[in-house]
Design a protein around this ligand. Sequence first.
Ligand code: NAP
Length: 305
Amino acid sequence: MGMSTFRTAVVRTPGGPDSIEIIDVPVVEPGPGKVRVEIAAAAINPVDLGVAGGRFHAMGLVNQPEYTGLGWDFAGTVVATGRGVDLAVGTRIAGMVAGFDRDFGTYAEQLVVSAADLAVVPDGLNLVAASTLPLNGLAAAQIVDLLGDAPADDNRLLVTGAAGAVGGFLTPLAQDRGWHVTGLARAEDEEFVRSLGADFTTHAEPGWDAVADGAALQGRGLALVRDGGTFVGVQPSAEPATERGISVHAVVAHPDGPRLGDLLARAASGELPVRVHAVLPLDQVADAHRAVAKGGMRGRYVLKP
Ligand SMILES: NC(=O)c1ccc[n+]([C@@H]2O[C@H](COP(=O)([O-])OP(=O)(O)OC[C@H]3O[C@@H](n4cnc5c(N)ncnc54)[C@H](OP(=O)(O)O)[C@@H]3O)[C@@H](O)[C@H]2O)c1
């Protein structure tokens, strides 16, 4: 054993935190264009609770014969490289893996991924903090792509869940494209949301030019958009139907190494908020999922393999 296997968290029959198992799987060598990463930190995201709870299996999006891997976000160190990769062993990197139907995940000691999906973590950002950015930073940037540049006279954007992970990245990024952002969040999040340069509300009235729905309010979020405005949701498999001439989009976050490099640089300089609630060993993954399920924390739980 030792060198030839590594530990990873999976679900066989998903049934919530108690169904998560840690198993040993064989080490694989990275093929052309790929990198083997020793994972130092893997953030826990809401989607992981959905996978462990069987939500996406029930939707037919997972078809694994034996078990399903958990985790989308990771940060760590390059330990081996395939042909055509110009990253040195020892480089600190971060990234995300996408898609529901896979037998591997980032809740693991190791991962083999495409070098194109990785970004180097800048000095001044630790790997635990860096692991909280890829999925939600890229989702936020890709939501802004769907919103496009704000029209000069119709630039009022409501970000729901502005104090969440997606919302906290989206609020500054949307302002770069000319949007005048108001963040919808809980009363206790006012200082955080205003610190991102946005206006703040705990109760939004309808009539926004655009709504970016980081709180996944779905139909209730769509109802806040003016006639002919824009709605960008975060749940592609459950978007509300369009009404009143509104354009309805949903983000599907995907890996993008160069973009991630830019986002990490902006986190290192303090422009984008990276927030860590707690760090737990991989062995305590079930406890961590139970804690996340209770809700209300600001910042991610991060697993250390
Ligand atoms: N499609 C994609 O590619 C993609 C990628 C990333 C994330 N997502 C999805 O995006 C959503 C957000 O993810 P996240 O990681 O940002 O979650 P998060 O950190 O839990 O943020 C959600 C925020 O919304 C707040 N909220 C919920 N209902 C609210 C309401 N009625 N009024 C004000 N604030 C409210 C929550 O506050 P409380 O904690 O107080 O409830 C929380 O601060 C999730 O559904 C996630 O699965 C999708």
